[in-house]
Design a protein around this ligand. Structure first.
Ligand code: CP
Length: 302
């Protein structure tokens, strides 16, 4: 099947088409149905937005959802991935997986003959970025030429943002402390995608990074599984907090995004989350519309 393991599995044209479809589904100008199709959610980590938005999207398309997690499957007792994948694809039409390692996700995709969707790994979060681009498109006429500045930990969300922004012709600046930069291989891939159409820059200078930005974006400083190092990170990351001072350095029309969950007072202040430039709640809502478009496209919705 056609998989979505990385946002870069999609072409620029496909991303634009999915965003258009998502906008039309959101406005109600079109309706799509995937009757009798079954989505499996195989989640090995906690999730609020991804789990619920995928479920609601599938129900709204007229399909069904089976909510799986490792503890209720034989995965928890050591059944190999290659066997699990070859069994689940006999029951399901599409499978969204949240797991620790991209290599584990890739193995599922290799052995399952149905579309496999990355619902978050250590490397990427492509579904999040579809919702982010939809939110940016709602606020600005054209994505190409806009500048998004990501501040904080160069993590899975940062990786997918770099690739996704490069694909749609946006400039992307990632400002992180030393030692927390995005993977060099992802940076190089994003630069290759951007070519001479747009800029991909990794820097330590948060204030300079936001100077021309229309979109400011952040995520938690310590992801799931990194809680042990969370306290040590706070002083290192302080200069990368999105607060009212930093926002003033950006484009006056800049919007603020956060994929959530947020740690108020760490990567972002309460004032900014609840302020007039925040589009965080629209962004969370757009997970539903973007993934509905994705499911309909993968399942041949009519
Ligand atoms: N943004 C996001 O993926 O949220 P969840 O972890 O709640 O799914």
């Amino acid at each position: 099947g056609r998989d979505l393991l990385s946002i870069a599995d999609l072409s620029a044209t496909e991303i634009k088409s999915l965003l258009g479809l998502a906008a039309n589904l959101k406005s109600g100008s079109i309706e799509l149905r995937c009757p009798r199709k079954v989505l499996g959610l195989l989640f090995q980590k906690a999730s609020t937005r991804t789990r619920v938005s995928f479920s609601a999207a599938m129900y709204q398309l007229g399909g069904q959802v089976i909510d799986l997690n490792a503890s209720v499957t034989q995965i928890s007792r050591g059944e190999p991935t290659i066997d699990t994948a070859r069994v689940l694809d006999r029951y399901l039409d599409v499978l969204a997986i949240r797991t620790f390692e991209q290599t584990e996700l890739a193995k599922f995709a290799q052995y399952a003959d149905i579309p496999v969707i990355n619902a978050l790994t250590d490397l990427e979060h492509p579904c999040q970025i579809l919702a982010d681009l939809l939110t940016i498109q709602e606020n600005f006429d054209d994505l190409a030429g806009l500048t998004l500045t990501y501040l904080g930990d160069g993590n899975n969300v940062a990786h997918s943002l770099m690739l996704g922004c490069a694909l749609v012709g946006m400039n992307v600046i990632v400002a992180t402390p030393i030692g927390y930069q995005p993977d060099e291989s992802v940076t190089q891939q994003a630069k290759a995608i951007a070519g001479d159409r747009s800029q991909v820059l990794v820097t330590q200078d948060a204030e300079a990074a936001v100077a021309k930005a229309q979109v400011l974006y952040t995520d938690v400083w310590a992801s799931m599984g990194q809680e042990d190092s969370a306290d040590a990170r706070i002083p290192l990351f302080q200069a990368y907090q999105i607060n009212s001072h930093l926002i003033k350095q950006a484009d006056p029309n800049a919007i603020v995004l956060h994929c959530l969950p947020a740690h108020r007072g760490e990567e972002i202040t309460e004032e900014v989350i609840e302020g007039s430039q925040s589009r965080i709640w629209d962004q969370a809502e757009n997970r539903l519309h973007a993934q509905k478009a994705l499911l309909a496209a993968l399942l041949g919705g009519v």
